[in-house]
Design a protein around this ligand. Structure first.
Ligand SMILES: [Zn+2]
Length: 481
């Protein structure tokens, strides 16, 4: 009985808090509607910081309480807090890295926090993108994130950029901030962000994560101009060439464990707070850079995190700036004009993994046709080969299918075909299926070339569009994962 009362009491208080938040949102909306968004981009107004100028104390009473526990850390102190109070931070990407990074940076009390992301929240994001919630699915990620951050710390000035960072908008956006966090998940964004940070002399905290592994680097720190030996290396110094497009695996394809990417985002916030409180300069000129002694440059390093390793954290030392770097060396080909004019084509530079299209129409069958044939007694005798990785096959598969992972077939196509059922007739057709219909085409071609088709006696067909088409055209209950 008592616990029911407690629960009712807690719910009453939550309703009150939500009503208050709703009232604030309505007030914000009314204000935005009167003002109209400038340049089509929402700019959040600063609040509650304006009364500081005449005060005897540099922070408000509420701020002393709010930041007290971090201010008494010796490496932060009041000096560090005031530097945070003056700092502006840009987070590119409001996903698995950006959400925890933004939460801790907003919580630490920076002056302004900009977030760039052109995507909307999806249910499949929620296990790792902790600022979003089931109730914000379908909203812009930046709006969902900032809504949450305002609850966390209303003293920060938030700016929402509902777009992807591009060569056209990068200079305008990045120039407003002191430090940038790359929380994106694709090489083309990484090169663009690094290039604009070199050009505008902004330090960059870069991280990435996939499956159970992550990595973290501080780049362009100190943020000296291109050609200066006093600057830290840029992304191109470490990775002059992007990985082949077909080897780039995104979280969607490769999978990601929430707390792994979360840990990397938290570490980005740690590094950003360390840089700011150590006295990050607000603007860097060539003269500033000359003051830096190359002998006392911080030694750049790459932090590797591997959740399944017995010693999960490792550090690899990195070299200083590459003497022939395209972006930051004295021979740099990168200029503000080349970046904004579009002559640097980041998509072309990084390549794109285009959908595979290597089979003729006769070598493919639609999901619907395949489903019909499963129901036809005279055509039932066949082999359905599912080439997804085992972990995906275990989640769901079509009845009667045989699993031989694509990676295994690529590595070693055993031409005794040990996976073929012994009872299956030598001319039983083989249908190949995968998640989206790319890998299955490669396997279909490979099996035919290996002679399994026996000069046309046995047909080997690819199921076009894979299990995505199966869900769309045949079985709507198929679990999309
Ligand atoms: Zn470089």
């Amino acid at each position: 009985m008592e616990s029911e009362n407690d629960e009712a009491q807690a719910l009453r208080q939550l309703i009150l808090a939500t009503e208050l938040r709703l009232k604030n949102l309505k007030e914000e909306l009314a204000e935005v509607e009167t003002r109209g968004p400038p340049h089509g981009r929402a700019e959040e107004t600063p609040n509650e910081l304006e009364s500081l100028k005449d005060s005897k104390w540099p922070l408000t009473a509420e701020e002393y309480l709010r930041y007290g526990r971090q201010m008494i850390v010796p490496s932060i102190g009041i000096q560090g807090q005031l530097r945070l109070h003056a700092a502006s931070v840009l987070i590119v990407g409001a996903g698995g890295l950006g959400c925890p990074a933004a939460a801790y940076i907003a919580g630490a009390g920076v002056k302004s926090l900009g977030i760039v992301d052109g995507d909307t929240v999806e249910v499949s994001n929620l296990h790792r993108q902790i600022l979003h919630s089931s109730s914000t699915v379908g909203l812009w990620k930046v709006d969902s994130a900032i809504h949450n951050l305002k609850g966390l710390n209303p003293n920060v000035e938030y700016r929402a950029y509902r777009e992807h960072l591009s060569p056209e908008n990068a200079a305008d956006i990045v120039s407003r901030y002191d430090i940038v966090l790359d929380c994106t998940d694709h090489p083309k964004s990484r090169y663009l962000i690094s290039d604009i940070c070199v050009l505008l002399q902004k330090p960059l905290v870069s991280a990435s994560a996939l499956r159970t592994d992550g990595q973290l680097m501080i780049l362009n720190h100190p943020a000296a101009p291109p050609g200066s030996n006093a600057g830290g290396p840029c992304y191109r110094c470490i990775f002059p060439k992007p990985p082949p497009a077909n080897q780039v695996v995104s979280c969607g394809d490769g999978g990601i464990l929430g707390p792994v990417v979360g840990a990397m985002g938290v570490l980005q916030a740690v590094e950003a707070i360390k840089l700011i409180t150590a006295g990050l300069k607000v603007s860097h000129t060539s003269d500033d850079a000359e003051l830096q002694d190359p002998k006392v440059l911080p030694s750049p390093s790459l932090l590797l995190f591997s959740a399944n390793s017995p010693s999960p954290f490792r550090t690899v030392r990195l070299r200083q700036r590459r003497p022939d770097c395209f972006a930051c060396s004295s021979q740099a080909g990168l200029t503000p004009e080349s970046l904004t004019s579009g002559s640097l084509d980041y998509v072309a530079f990084c390549g794109s993994a285009a959908p595979v299209n290597i089979l003729s129409a006769e070598e493919q069958i639609s999901a619907a046709q395949y489903s019909e044939l499963r129901n036809d007694d005279s055509k039932k005798e066949h082999v359905l080969l599912d080439v997804r990785e085992k972990v995906q096959f275990d989640i769901c598969h079509v009845d009667g299918s045989i699993n031989v992972p694509f990676s295994k077939l690529q590595r070693d196509l055993d031409t005794t075909y040990p996976w073929l059922p012994e009872t299956s007739p030598a001319d039983a057709p083989i249908y190949v299926i995968c998640r989206l219909g790319n890998d299955s085409q490669v396997v279909t071609r490979k099996l035919k070339e290996s002679g399994l088709g026996d000069n046309g006696k046995r047909s080997i067909l690819d199921i076009k569009g894979g299990l995505m088409a199966w869900k769309k055209d045949v079985d709507s209950s198929w679990p999309e994962y």
